[in-house]
Design a protein around this ligand. Structure first.
Ligand code: N01
Length: 502
């Protein structure tokens, strides 16, 4: 790693590679570009004042990774400092800032700079980019704006009449003290199961609105002792071995979720055993038992969610919200729950990424209009009619069994490989052929058909407005890595750079 640099650049008039966003995805992309060419003309813009993406923004109590940290970290930046096998949000954010420092990425980073729009300029063979700090052109544009960066707030009638406090789990209001309050939590997904047990001791009463119960499994978390950290620091091979072991057994989960789904009821038995042990009341157990296959929605790893729901001062309401009044939340049975604060833990908008409205391709259509509610891309990375645009965490690259960081590093490797080919062959632009994108997505759709994410009997945020699963990668992650290792230029229409007149 090189010496940290804190010298930030100013917005140039033109740059070769522009990365938008500095979370895990943007940092992975930028690091790959610099590894391939340390003198690359690279700029990263980030709308916030620091790197970290979702791990900077989500600061709710108990926020932690639900994937083992040995895998949920960059392969090129191992750390021996993790406190737990499932790292907590503050240390993940600290880790990302240290990666930005120690890899020299800050020299290429402008914070407080939001993308406002970008249009492909066919004549100039570049992107005309508008940012909150001014305009620039970019030959290659990398959209690393995150799938889980825009909080989803349901459109509940009367919400703006509520006299108390309202916030979303992703924009936690730390200035607001919940002590002694009656609090309603809307949603029972991956975020709620982490913060509800943390606040229950403080609140006077908690009302948890559950639309769909989720499968809950034990979180096998433990602290990492000094000896273990010393071994990792002194003998990095041991840490790599642990990472490899976790990677391998996690790939084993894929076999269950995608190929041997008939075995999943056996996994459900483990979840049901935990439910029986932690929730003595049979009536509550019934409402907390999902009616779909485990894995269809994200499996929630927690040891303290179910005991919290079993507390006397916590109520689980299973009907949907009807409206919000000045004093509380009315459920669909007409019952009014008087509360002081409403916390929405209602997730994000991965199938409707706001950045798609900002990008305009060769025919003047935005990416959002091109997708028409159902995102798709070649390898989840490139889209026909949007030359030199590379998506990070694009369609069908999410996982239910392993670490997204592994997928992001694969996408970053593909970007670096594309830049190498463009340089070597003197290409001004690469635009994936529609047929290549169609063929790839036909394969994805087919491969997803029998997986639990498409046929597990639930409705999840993996399905877009047209009912297509445009979120999940259907098979082993090493297959994605194999497909993204080299840049398949034959699947692209290319334009050569103009030779200067002799
Ligand atoms: O959101 P979610 P999240 N009325 O979508 C409910 C990642 N993550 O913020 O199931 C009432 O999981 C919705 O109900 P239903 C992870 O990938 C990662 O918790 O749709 N309820 C659900 O219960 C995760 O999946 C880590 O019926 C409404 C909940 O809100 C993703 O972030 C940690 C509703 C939303 O659950 C999002 O998690 C935390 C409505 N109108 C999160 N709309 C890691 O550690 C939605 N709901 C990596």
């Amino acid at each position: 790693m090189t010496t940290p640099s804190t010298t930030a650049p100013t917005l140039p008039a033109a740059v070769h590679t522009l990365v938008v966003g500095a979370g895990f995805a943007g940092l992975a992309a930028a690091a790959a570009v610099l590894r391939a060419d340390p003198r690359a003309d690279l700029l990263i813009i980030e709308r916030a004042d620091e790197v970290g993406g979702t791990w900077r923004d989500n600061t709710y109590p108990g926020c932690a990774c639900d994937v083992p940290t040995s895998l949920y970290s960059f392969s090129f930046a191992p750390s021996a400092k993790w406190s737990h096998t499932f790292a907590r949000q503050p240390e993940i954010h600290r880790y990302l800032t240290s990666v930005a420092d120690q890899t020299g990425l800050r020299r290429h980073l402008i914070t407080g700079c939001a993308l406002l729009g970008a249009a492909w300029d066919e004549g100039g063979q570049c992107w005309q980019v508008q940012t909150s700090l001014g305009k620039l052109t970019a030959t290659v544009l990398v959209a690393a704006t995150g799938a889980l960066s825009t909080p989803k707030l349901p459109d509940v009638p009367g919400l703006n009449t509520f006299g108390g406090t309202v916030f979303h789990s992703a924009t936690w209001n730390h200035d607001h003290d919940l002590t002694g309050e009656r609090v309603a939590v809307i949603g029972t997904g991956a975020s709620a199961v982490q913060f509800v047990p943390e606040i229950a001791d403080r609140t006077a009463h908690l009302t948890v609105f559950q639309r769909t119960p989720a499968w809950v499994m034990p979180r096998l978390d433990r602290t990492l002792g000094r000896l273990e950290k010393t071994i990792y620091r002194r003998i990095p091979f041991v840490q790599r071995l642990v990472r490899g072991t976790v990677y391998t057994y996690r790939e084993g989960y894929l076999a269950l979720l995608a190929h041997l789904t008939w075995l999943l009821p056996l996994v459900q038995l483990v979840a049901k055993t935990q439910l029986r042990r932690q929730v003595p009341d049979p009536a509550l157990r019934t409402v907390l038992t999902p009616d779909f296959r485990i894995g269809c929605k994200r499996i929630l790893l927690t040891n303290d969610w179910l005991p919290t729901l079993a507390r006397d001062d916590v109520e689980v309401v299973t009907t949907a919200l009807a409206e919000v009044t000045e004093t509380g939340v009315r459920d669909r049975t007409g019952r009014l729950h008087d509360v002081d604060t409403i916390i929405f833990a209602t997730g994000f908008t991965p199938t409707e990424p706001p950045v798609a409205h900002l990008l305009t391709g060769t025919d003047g259509t935005t990416l959002a209009a091109h997708w028409a509610g159902s995102p798709s891309a070649h390898l989840g990375i490139t889209v026909p009619g949007f030359p030199n645009l590379f998506l990070m965490y694009g369609p069908n690259t999410n996982l239910g069994h392993s670490s997204i960081v592994y997928m992001l590093e694969s996408q970053a490797a593909y970007l670096a490989a594309a830049l190498r080919v463009m340089r070597a062959e003197g290409l001004a632009s690469v635009d994936v052929r529609p047929q290549a994108e169609r063929t790839y997505n036909a394969w994805v759709n087919d491969a997803l058909t029998n997986t639990v994410w498409s046929s597990g009997g639930c409705s999840s945020w993996y399905l877009d407005s047209r009912g297509r699963n445009s979120v999940m990668w259907p098979t082993f992650t090493f297959r994605f890595r194999a497909r993204t290792k080299t840049f398949d230029v034959t699947n692209y229409d290319t334009r050569r750079m103009q030779q200067p007149a002799a």
